[in-house]
Write a protein that binds this ligand. Structure first.
Ligand code: ITT
Length: 193
């Protein structure tokens, strides 16, 4: 069984490949340029994107929309995370957070799958904090400034410092696990019909 993942982000693809592999789901990369909907919800953005992708590819596929929601910034950059990262990067976000005591933030991921039966959405999130400074070289995007809340992370490592911590606790891990469990079951039901 092989599934198509439409994304322009090779890091997302790599993470999804290794997570879904654990469920026996193989994925293929589909590079489709999709203009994203402007909306503050990752689920709504993913839903709109997967409809466009499915209408073009006409094959079962999924997309993932994600973002970093910083509480003291009223959820910014949220669904504009990729754009904001390109404009101000981690340095800029740390500047916006200078002197801010409430450092809580969450990463959110929404996976949207579409086939001839319609669209299904799976969400996952990871709570954490924005660090005081950048640390670590792994991962991508905001990983060097995000410290997940995790009882095994007493040394307050960022995602970029601890790839195993990210693989275990990330927003993407959680949304994809929900998707994988559903998909395995869905395939079984389909075969019975
Ligand atoms: P596609 O839409 O083509 O899949 P994209 O990178 O543009 O790729 P999004 O629109 O979903 O994806 O933007 C998500 C951005 O949020 C991403 O580019 C990063 O800046 C940030 N982000 C999401 N997940 C992240 C993670 O696990 N680690 C670090 N930053 C992340």
């Amino acid at each position: 069984m092989s599934l198509r993942f439409a994304t322009s982000n090779r890091h997302k693809f790599g993470e999804a490949k290794s997570i879904l592999n654990g469920y026996g789901i193989k994925i293929e990369h589909l590079n489709l340029a999709i203009d994203e909907l402007r909306n503050e919800s990752c689920a709504r953005v993913a839903e709109a994107s997967v409809k466009i992708a499915h209408s073009r590819a006409r094959k079962p596929l999924f997309v993932e929309d994600s973002g970093l929601f910083v509480r003291a910034l009223n959820g910014f950059p949220g669904t504009y995370s990729a754009w904001a990262f390109g404009k101000i990067g981690n340095e800029g976000l740390l500047r916006l957070m200078r002197g801010v005591r409430d450092r809580r933030a969450s990463f959110v991921s929404a996976v949207a799958y579409a086939d001839e039966n319609g669209v299904n959405i799976f969400e996952g999130s990871c709570e954490g904090k924005i660090s005081a400074r950048m640390a670590g070289k792994n991962g991508f995007g905001y990983d060097p400034i995000f410290v997940p809340d995790d009882s095994h992370n007493s040394s307050q490592k960022t995602f970029a410092q601890d790839g195993a911590l990210k693989a275990r606790t990330s927003h993407r891990r959680r949304s994809l696990e929900k998707f994988a469990n559903w998909h395995v079951d869905y395939q079984k039901q389909k075969k019975k019909r």
